[in-house]
Write a protein that binds this ligand. Structure first.
Ligand code: GCB
Length: 718
């Protein structure tokens, strides 16, 4: 088993070095003196081969140093989870909020990991059985009002039953669809491992732990310490414009597998033939414990396909087959059931579609034909707050509601921002005929120099790709959002591009870029000044400033010219689609007003009238995609004067943006920001934001704002 060292994140820093120091007074001293949960510096050496041995009893270590714990890593990703034999562990789990990580003290892996009974002469200051409960899957923030802003550690506990038939012929995995953001997992008092990085699936093999028998109180149990505190070295970092929901946010289950089993399979269209006729498909299967030379069967009954792939070295089996396929597209989302089976009796199925996606010059081609991406961005939040039903959306029906609203908008494309959404999304998009952008939370400024940070990002990228590589709806993998340009960032992102390319070369790679805002402002400001001077509603002080700017700029300040803004970024070499987030009509007006010392209103009005004459283009000969634009509006607020936060102002920004982007030939599509208002700690403004980003086209109660119709009309006219 691979072991990984503690990373010096909140959690491991909570456990004092107690090896050999079991006396109570020392524990008490540690409790009093140690800064609980304070991050510790990364520690050095590699560890032993089992979790118990992994605590290095370093006689030299002082009381105040954390022990060196090597956390077993999760298994390589297990694919096709829905086709597996599972015992669901969803439901109510006992739950202890532990802001100071008191439960991290007093035992090698933290006292709460033991579920030690108290009473009699045993002093135990926690009790899972009588603890409150929260629903799994779900975040804790929206299940209890007092936890809404909570960031830190909490403990989950539940018992389970399973009959272990024969540990020599079967494996039992404990599987998590995702846990935000750090999870330490214990089964029957044994640390089975750690996963860092939210939103993606991971599992541990717990067969050996279960084989040791049921603990003395008669039930197997699992305890998970989940910590949603984020910092400078995590992915995402501690500052994001979305809610860092904590908890076991996705399904939890026990997966029963034969010892020799199929782990995953990837189906790729190698050649689409003549619009699907005579197409060839490659199949790449990964296996575990299956003897070399064994034939894995692949059947697609509807196509009359019965092929075999022989297991070779490195637990892999590959083959290709040819067939007459109906290609998948949003208009005709055709899916086929593919069955895999082994002579030993392991079986898997997946519903797979086949299509091609590529670029030619400025165009994106789906099945060889140019497609314009009529998109919308979304966070993983339910369409209506009343539909929350314990936490972030975790049920298929909630995911379906989001995609139905995207369809109602006339969209053919959804950007799943800014992290991997639940697996339901891509499965439903496959069925409903929507194209998807999937993304990992490399967001704003990440610790580009830190190998541990890179490891988390790579893990998220790999697990996302391996989870969804059979989903025809997914056409773009994105590995970054608004990351400031630097050589270190480039190196980091190159590694992520490699992580994708090693696994999947059939989809497009992208990242949402910031562009060069300073350069754009230099281009815009003289023209904006000339335009402003044509207005008859300018205040004299503003007019004086605009006159001075226009005069200094000379010819650059012509009022009637088309204004071309060029998106460029060193990443343009690495991506297939150049995506840009731009906020003309929202943030940029503040920047200009502040830098010139004029009223924001004068800039906003001028900008709105100028945008139809602005064009977005890119230096690279690649498709340009506008991955964000938008404006905030509190639903129900109306203003003839177009005051900001009104639905009218938001609608006006949409009209102006659409005029600009429709006239920009390099733009191959857009995904405005955003389908629905969403919780955001960065948005405190009382009475208007109330910790909600208001750029949604839909309000928290599910009501559509004016801009929804503006975009719908544009999309459905096309
Ligand atoms: C952005 C970010 C997005 C924010 C959005 C905003 O550029 O990519 O995460 O929520 O702007 O509303 O400011």
């Amino acid at each position: 088993m691979i072991h990984r060292k503690a990373r010096g994140r909140s959690g491991e820093g909570c456990t004092p070095s107690l090896a050999g120091l079991r006396a109570f007074w020392l524990v008490a001293l540690a409790v009093v003196l140690l800064p609980a949960c304070s991050p510790q510096p990364e520690s050095g050496s590699q560890g032993a081969s089992s979790a118990e041995q992994a605590v290095v009893a370093d006689e030299e270590a002082g009381l105040f140093e954390a022990p060196e714990i090597d956390y077993p890593e999760p298994l390589a990703p297990l694919g096709m989870i829905d086709a597996r034999e599972q015992i669901s562990l969803n439901g109510d789990w006992n739950f202890i909020v532990d802001p100071m990580c008191g439960g991290c003290l007093g035992a090698p892996f933290g006292s709460f990991s033991e579920n030690r009974p108290g009473g009699g002469m045993n002093l135990v200051e926690y009790d899972f059985e009588s603890a409150e409960t929260v629903r799994v899957p779900g975040d804790w923030n929206t299940q209890q009002e007092r936890l809404f802003f909570y960031r830190g550690p909490a403990w989950y506990y539940r018992t389970f039953e399973i009959d272990l038939n024969d540990p020599d012929t079967e494996r039992i995995l404990l599987h998590f669809g995702g846990a935000n953001f750090l999870a330490d997992v214990f089964v029957n008092r044994t640390l089975v491992g750690r996963h860092e990085g939210g939103y993606v699936p991971f599992s541990f093999d717990i067969t050996e732990v279960l084989a040791e028998g049921v603990p003395e109180d008669g039930k197997h149990f699992v305890i998970v310490r989940v910590d949603n505190e984020l910092g400078d070295a995590t992915v995402p970092t501690g500052r994001t414009d979305w809610w860092p929901y904590g908890g076991l946010t996705r399904d939890v289950s026990l997966v029963r597998l034969p010892n020799a089993h199929l782990r995953n399979a990837k189906f790729e269209l190698l050649d689409a033939g003549d619009e699907g006729e005579g197409a060839s498909v490659s199949v790449a299967v990964t296996t575990s414990g299956i003897a070399q030379g064994t034939a894995v069967s692949i059947a697609v009954d509807e196509l009359g396909i019965a092929a075999t792939a022989t297991v070779g070295t490195a637990d892999r089996a590959t083959t290709t087959f040819t067939a007459d396929l109906d290609l998948w597209s949003p208009d005709q989302p055709r899916l086929y059931d593919i069955k895999l089976s082994t002579p030993g009796g392991d079986q898997l199925t997946d519903r797979v579609g086949f299509r091609t996606i590529e670029t030619r010059g400025h165009a994106i081609l789906l099945n060889g034909k140019e497609v314009t991406l009529r998109g919308i961005s979304t966070h993983e939040e339910p369409i209506a707050e009343t539909d929350r039903d314990h936490g972030v959306m975790f049920e298929r029906r909630q995911a379906r509601r989001v995609l139905e609203e995207a369809k109602a908008l006339g969209a053919n494309f959804v950007r799943l921002a800014h992290y991997p959404h639940s697996r339901h999304m891509a499965q439903l998009a496959d069925e409903m005929g929507l194209l998807l952008w999937e993304e990992i939370p490399v967001y704003w400024n990440i610790d580009w120099h830190n190998p541990a940070t890179l490891a988390i990002a790579r893990d998220q990228m790999a697990r996302l790709v391996e989870r969804d590589w059979n989903r025809p709806s997914v056409i773009i993998w994105s590995f970054a959002n608004e990351t400031p340009v630097s050589p270190a960032r480039m190196r980091f992102l190159e590694e992520l591009a490699d992580t994708v390319r090693e696994r999947d070369q059939t989809r497009l790679l992208s990242a949402a870029l910031l562009g060069d805002i300073r350069k754009d402002m230099e281009t815009l400001v003289p023209k904006l000044a000339a335009r402003a001077l044509l207005r008859d509603d300018l205040e004299p002080e503003d007019r004086a400033v605009y006159e001075a700017v226009a005069q200094a700029a000379g010819d650059a300040a012509s009022a009637d010219a088309i204004i071309t803004l060029v998106v460029s970024d060193p990443l343009e070499e690495l991506v297939d689609v150049l995506a840009t987030n731009e906020y003309y009509g929202w943030y940029y007006s503040v920047l200009i007003a502040k830098s010139l010392g004029v009223s924001e209103g004068s800039v906003r009005r001028t900008m709105l009238s100028m945008m139809p004459d602005m064009r977005l283009t890119a230096a690279a000969n690649k498709p340009l995609f506008v991955s964000e634009f938008g404006a905030g509006a509190t639903a129900g607020t109306r203003s003839k004067e177009l005051d900001i936060w009104s639905e009218d102002y938001q609608a006006a920004v949409y009209h102006a943006q659409i005029a600009m982007l429709e006239a920009s030939p390099q733009v191959a599509g857009m995904s405005p920001w955003i389908l629905k208002d969403f919780h955001a700690m960065l948005r405190p403004l009382r009475g208007i934001q109330d910790y909600t980003n208001r750029k949604g086209l839909i309000a928290p109660d599910g009501q559509r704002k004016l801009a929804f119709d503006v975009l719908r009309e544009f999309y459905t006219d096309k």
